[in-house]
Ligand binder design. Structure first.
Ligand code: FAD
Length: 403
């Protein structure tokens, strides 16, 4: 039976959902995207700066979305990694691996605003905001979806459905399966600031006894600071005066960035790891944070979500006109397992290892820093891993995208 209002429904117009909708539309699908919050033109408020890896940049270029975003990008060419109480540090540099940059930082609100504008302008995409996905029912050759708007339930049908509805995903719940959640017992406090030491395209990751502290370069002398604190300390950090917070931040980075000023609004994000045991059914797939939430310290979460989208699009392109939803989504789920597992493990190791005061872990951490500071080969491997390019190559075939 051919009974579908649309080819594809995307639930959630976050960063991953928008890129998925744009990619599907480029492949000739009629797409409808549903979002709970108001989908206004303009830039949603979000204090974070997100670092996109070379793999994400490659995906956005292949989807021809990059020109709409590049105006907000600030190139990151070096990362200085250090630890409190030790003198040594490690410099990861683009030059050492023969690349122009290690990634680009973006103001998160501007990135989302630009992607949503692209979605609104796309003729193949119908946008419905301030509505909420509630239920689905799968049939042999289509899927029935319930959408709630102003308390009224609207039914529609689609060939398949993509759940990009974030960490609290209702699509994932509808799939069944279980969710493993680990709280790191910490919050990341994020704030923009100016420092007397210019950015010069360099990011900083400093391991304090509390957890990682990162500075993401965003302009001439401006950074977005991301400090991980235990929950109580994060409440205290958000409540203190601007001046006290700036002095604390200067001290926590060991004075490396000089004097700090112009503190922006502080935002606090709970830190957790979340993994869905199930990624798909015959007509439904979950991607991005709906599938995995990882610690932000390695700047991997969104990049992982973009690789989800790119893998799905590659499989659809590979099947061509004979595209079979059930087989494609099944293949998608098995192809994504390795990347999901490795990225979760990598970010988790960084999170646990950087914070632990267990003697054995402290020794291991310091020996690792020493090894990285002396070995160019190890540094190159780390940069290669964090770039996501190796994992991208395993499941994405860009030669198909040009056809
Ligand atoms: C402090 C911090 C810093 C980070 N830095 C980085 C970084 O530098 N690099 C990186 O790669 N990653 C980073 N991340 C991770 C990154 O932010 C996430 O991986 C990414 O935002 C996930 O996007 P998403 O679209 O999957 O989910 P979300 O952004 O959560 O979007 C989900 C969307 O679905 C909508 N929605 C929810 N339920 C429904 C429903 N029932 N019906 C309709 N719509 C619904 C929501 O309103 C939302 O718009 C960071 C995270 C944090 C917390």
């Amino acid at each position: 039976m051919q009974y579908t209002d649309t080819d594809c429904v995307v639930i959630g117009a976050g960063l991953v959902g928008c890129v998925a909708a744009l990619g599907l539309s480029q492949n000739g699908f009629r797409v409808q995207i549903f979002e709970t919050v108001k989908f206004c033109k303009g830039m949603p408020e979000d204090g974070r700066s997100l670092v996109l890896s070379p793999s994400s940049i490659q995906i956005l270029k292949a989807l021809q979305i990059w020109p709409k975003l590049v105006g907000w990008a600030y190139s990151v060419k070096n990362i200085r990694v250090s630890e409190r109480g030790t003198y040594g540090s490690v410099l990861l540099s683009a030059e050492e691996v023969g690349a122009q940059e290690l990634g680009c930082s973006f103001p998160a609100g501007k990135l989302l605003g630009a992607l949503r504008n692209a979605v609104v302008e796309d003729q193949n995409i119908v946008v419905r905001d301030q509505v909420s996905f509630s239920e689905l029912k799968e049939h042999n050759d289509y899927c029935e979806v319930n959408i709630v708007e102003d308390g009224f339930t609207d039914k529609m049908s689609t060939r398949f459905l993509v759940g990009a509805d974030g960490s609290g995903s209702t699509v994932r719940t509808a799939l069944g399966g279980s969710l493993s959640t680990i709280s790191y017992g910490q919050h990341a406090v994020v704030a923009e600031l100016t420092a007397s030491v210019p950015c010069n395209h360099k990011a900083y990751e400093h391991f304090t006894g509390q957890g990682p502290l990162a500075f993401i370069p965003t302009g001439l002398n401006t950074y977005t600071s991301v400090q991980c604190f235990d929950v109580e300390a994060s409440i205290h950090a958000c409540a203190m005066s601007d001046d006290a917070y700036l002095r604390l931040t200067e001290k926590n980075i060991g004075g490396r960035l000089g004097e700090m000023s112009n503190l922006g609004k502080r935002y606090s994000y709970p830190l957790m790891r979340q993994k869905s045991s199930i990624l798909n059914s015959e007509r439904v797939v979950v991607i991005g944070n709906a599938a995995n939430v990882v610690h932000p310290n390695g700047a991997q979460g969104l990049n992982l979500g973009f690789r989800d989208v790119a893998t799905l699009l590659t499989l659809i392109k590979r099947s061509g006109k004979s595209y079979n939803t059930k087989a494609t989504l099944g293949q998608y789920a098995s192809l994504r397992l390795k990347d999901h597992r490795m990225t979760v493990r990598f970010t988790d190791l960084l999170a646990q290892g950087s914070r632990s005061s267990l003697n054995s872990l402290v020794i291991f951490r310091r020996l690792s820093m020493l090894a990285f500071s002396h070995s160019s080969r190890l540094r190159k491997r780390l940069v290669q891993k964090a770039s996501g390019l190796g994992l991208l190559e395993q499941s994405v075939d860009f030669s198909l995208w040009d056809q």
